[in-house]
Design a protein around this ligand. Structure first.
Ligand code: GLU
Ligand code: ZN
Length: 302
């Protein structure tokens, strides 16, 4: 019997077509949740219009489909659910967990990435100001979790991040808030994504605690690097996936994930390669360290 209580997701931002790095995350989350006989959902994270490329969502969905990564249920577009992110922000505000920040970009830039709480007690009104979540009301000191691939990870939010933004001054909802709200609304039990998001996870755990949401299982796969040791991303123009080479792309993703696919499966159909991948999926085989973006002192290889 399929276990419909389990659900995983792939949540691309429509900033360009899938590249090899994002295909790896999609394939891994698909194989993992299908081995658990759960549902695989696709969510388009389109709430940051300045970064979006017209047509990218449709391209991504075509690419997923061509690679045999077939989603259950309809695709969720975050832009159609702004109301629920704002409601969650309100809920935090009502608990006195938020405040508005008038700091200039220059001031914030000069802080080196850790906000110092300057506006915390100024009681500023919302007008064109960023809304920040106050740390300290809940446990924000040792936010720890066990990643099923990376092992123990912990972060002191105060030392590493400071009170962080839930809504930007231009009114846009932050990725951190929207992702937590939707993982909750979609009943996501297993979050598998690239390790570039490992250090976002403690912020997401903190928001979950403030909103009384359950915590999903987290799995971060090391992000793919190009020959210069840079993360493959749309920003550094990672090669897009070639059309008509889907079976090869899948095979390469399985090799990259060290699932040890036998050479002969490279000639099978997309559906057959996916089936092989589900049956042989092994989290334990995934490399932990390749291209890891986290400082060493935050990781233990328990
Ligand atoms: N939309 C995010 C991205 O494309 C991923 C969100 C997530 O998987 O949590 O980087
Ligand atoms: Zn401020």
């Amino acid at each position: 019997m399929p276990d419909y209580r389990s659900a995983g997701r792939f949540a691309p931002s429509p900033t360009g077509p899938l590249h090899f790095g994002s295909l790896i995350s999609a394939v891994a989350s698909y194989l993992d949740i299908k081995q658990r006989q759960g549902r695989w959902l696709v969510r388009i994270e389109d709430i940051d219009p300045p970064r979006e490329v017209p047509g990218a969502s449709a391209t991504i969905l075509h690419q997923l489909d061509a690679h045999g990564l077939l989603w259950d249920d309809s695709v969720l577009y975050q832009s159609e659910h702004l109301g629920r992110y704002l409601a969650a922000a309100d809920q935090l505000q009502q608990q006195d967990l938020t405040y508005f920040c008038q700091c200039s970009r220059q001031r914030i830039g000069s802080l080196g990435g850790i906000y110092d709480g300057h506006c915390r007690d100024l009681q500023l009104a919302s007008d064109n100001r960023a809304m920040r979540l106050k740390l300290g009301k809940r446990n924000s000191e040792h936010l720890a979790f066990t990643d099923s691939i990376m092992g123990h990870y912990e972060q002191s939010l105060a030392a590493a991040i400071g009170d962080f933004v839930l809504r930007r001054r231009d009114g846009l909802v932050s990725y951190q808030l929207a992702v937590v709200v939707d993982d909750y609304y979609q009943n996501i039990t297993h979050v598998l994504r690239g390790s570039d998001l490992l250090d976002s996870t403690p912020r997401q755990l903190y928001i979950q605690q403030c909103l009384d949401y359950p915590q999903p299982v987290y799995m971060h796969v090391p992000v793919a690097l190009n020959n210069n040791g840079q993360k493959l991303s749309k920003q550094n123009r990672a090669a897009t996936l070639r059309k008509g080479h889907e079976a090869n792309n899948l095979y390469a993703a399985l090799v990259w994930l060290q699932q040890e696919p036998p050479a002969e499966i490279a000639n099978l159909s997309v559906a057959e390669i996916i089936q092989w991948g589900i049956e042989h999926w092994s989290l334990a085989k995934i490399p932990r360290t390749m291209g890891l973006d986290a400082p060493d002192n935050q990781l233990n290889s328990d």
